[in-house]
Design a protein around this ligand. Sequence first.
Ligand SMILES: [Zn+2]
Length: 480
Amino acid sequence: MTATLNGRTPRPGAPLADVPRAAVYCRISDDRRGLGLGVDRQRQDCHDLARRHGWEVVGTYVDNDVSAYSGKPRPQYAQLMGAVQGGQVDVVLAWDPDRLHRSPAELETFIAAVERAGVDVVTVQAGEWDLSTANGRLTARLLGSIARHESEHKSERVRRALEQNAAAGRPHGRRAYGWQRQHTPGGAVREVVVPEEAAIVQRIAGDLLAGESLRSVTAALNADGVPSPTGRPWGKNMVRALVLRERNAGLRVHHGEVIGEGAWEAILDRGRWEQLRAVLSDPGRRTSTGTAAAHLLSGIARCGVCGATLRAAQNRGVPSYRCSADGCVIRRKTDLDRLIVGLVTARLARPDAVRLFAADDSDERSAALVETEQLRARLDHAADQYAEGVIDGRQLERITAKLRPMLAAAERRAQVVDPAPLLDGLAGTEGVAEVWEALPLSRRRAVVGTLMEITVNRTRQGARTFDPRAVTIAWKGSGA
Ligand SMILES: [Zn+2]
């Protein structure tokens, strides 16, 4: 005979159930396996495993843990643990151990509860660790891994305190550059912005978003004698790491994962910080951060025959741009540079330049940011509905399949760099040509790339005579 979880309790004095009662636990998380597929697979595999062992599945518990922050409560997990403690379960089944616990602290609580109740734990992924045939083996291994973990992390009490702090968004460790600790009258500690240091972070962010290279930003900090966080001279990696910190945008990170909003004031606007991440991870930018590109249009202008980018090349000793694929087209560098600089500066000198280039794109970007938030919320909601049994796995899968590409597209649009800071001090100003000459090459390249698409067409005249009509310019955005 078998007891079930659905309201029936074992009769007092009844013999132990001869068919072990299994509880299946699934957790939907936004992991690599994808939302719907992940959970259907978990559930199916667990039920199959129970059938092979001849266990009766007396309860299936599903939590939606899609939300970006892993501190989200798990009501179904709590119910499962209630059933374990109430002696209603003989075996807990999960797809793999990381479905059951999300942190060492949770694992520890889990092991204690399971040991007290004498319940076996079996996971699909860790098949060899079947507790029903080798009782205590898994527990011993898990306990061993905790011991290792502890020796790495000073002591359990310190670690727990850190995790509680992390969950509450409280600071720990050394003070972070940009903030200092202050004791509130109530005895709590909070972090307040140090304006001079915040200004440095904002300056770095502004310069990078304006198209300057990490190299030139770093050089300028050292040239200006700005003190670095370590007291040593600024380096490119230091600048990069400093400006990309999640905490700049007010986000709290623990074990490498964003787990919530910090209890401190942000130094950078979230949208700007996301842009910085996009800019600094843009492969097209690597050339200007590593070995500085020495040519205005290499990698930017395209071949009108095959579409490849043009690269700097020597043509009988004359510096030129040539199609990087087949050499279909070639132009003297001075001719092409002069044409493009003339067009860009003339365009930027027009009083309407700011409005034409800046407004539309940043509107579109904020719209895309809003859209990503909405799509994430819809995915989260669908996962909730699945966990509550309102929709089935197939429906969740369909919703997920539909929303995922939309989310990816919106995320890409949201990462488009706002051209406003790039054109700041250039667009609509008098003497653009002079300002232009004084800009670092990396920023001039970024401006050209933002404003126009350049196509160099084949011409009959050869490289010697330059025909501007054989160069097609397509202005980007609403800048035509
Ligand atoms: Zn070509």
